[in-house]
Design a protein around this ligand. Sequence first.
Ligand code: MF3
Ligand code: CO
Length: 233
Amino acid sequence: SGELDLMDAANRIVHQVLDGIAERARPGVTTRELDRFAEGTIREAGGVPAFLHYKGYPATLCTSRNDVIVHGIPDDQPLLQGDILGVDCGVVYKGYYGDAARTYAVGQVSPQADRLIAVTRRALEVAVESVKPNRRLSDIGHAVQSFVESNGFSVVREFVGHGIGTSLHEEPQVPNFGEPGKGPRLKPGLVLAIEPMVNAGEPEFEAGADGWTARTRDGSLSAHFEYSVAVTE
Ligand code: MF3
Ligand code: CO
């Protein structure tokens, strides 16, 4: 449909940004520099940053470093070798939203950080593979939780994926945990932003004083990957 084509176009811009960040997330670079790159790339492609000014959010990207789970605000601290950096990007294109995130290794990282990134990326793939017509919504979260916990990591409960379309956040909410076989059936045409957030330690989060930054309570590392996915026949 025309609507899916426009959402695809929005997500192509998002992934153009995330591909560029793969080359730029190096020691010495600041997340503010990454944010400027993202905003320029989006506007040049004819899009609008979706997060900027959303509920007062001050930047184009969310940049979530090390123990930050999600919604870290870009700043002027240079990245360091060994950091992991979650980057979340949203774009509006001709009224339709795209939303995706990846977690990057900055230079050489610890074996544990490397494994956390790999397990979280794979958790998103497992989630996407669980999306089929007539499956139920909670099958997605169940797939994520069982995969993550069988790898010795934990899933954040307080933030969830979401429907997406002509708004950034639409019904339904998409948790990354739960029993299978519950909730509405997935129907062709539904578009979901699926976004597992995985902690190396305990699942609990702690809200930041800036009203955005969410950290792990135990200070352990956290990773985040997200795709916007259309249910098709
Ligand atoms: N992918 C995140 C979400 O769906 C990004 C939102 S950041 C915000 O919640 F700044 F826009 F809130
Ligand atoms: Co999202």
